[in-house]
Design a protein around this ligand. Sequence first.
Ligand SMILES: [Zn+2]
Length: 198
Amino acid sequence: MWGNYEKTISNICKISSPLGSSSRAEACSQDGSIAIFNQKKWREEHKEYFKKWNENHRERLNECARKRYADNPEHYREYRRQWRKNHPEYAKKHLLQNKIIRQQRKLKIFNIISGNNPVCVRCGCDDIRLLEINHKNGGGRKESGQGKQSTFCGDILHGRREVDDLELLCRVCNSWHYLEMKYGELPYTIIYDMKIKI
Ligand SMILES: [Zn+2]
């Protein structure tokens, strides 16, 4: 039974854009697997297995979800808009939860890059809100710009990317670094005054 479920998910992942505005269920129906995937009763009876399987295949499922989104972004944007409109209270809670998850993820990434000392390497700023990841040798926009930020961060989090060429800088020092890359060494001194509480 477990093998069937895995096969079903695997089939979902192989099905792509030709389905247009397909839902997951529609995607399953292409190969007749809908009977397994859509059985609420089956899922209820095997809740723990279902949960565990999803956890063990989280990366792959996320990859499939990203692909489905990339194939038809407007469909999913509209779906989210409608969902938020119909469930305002849940939407509010959901937004807050997402914010907390994003902050925790950000801190984990900063800890990996900085060896558990997330501060600006130039001025010592320790305010997480002001810190950014800097590519020491440039190329940050190419690697993490235009929708690639999530993959870039995921690669760091899951150890798929080395971090030797990365460092943490506050937004001010990051601008300074950008100008130095462009014009060479500049006579700036930036002081982060920790006595001033913000
Ligand atoms: Zn700084």
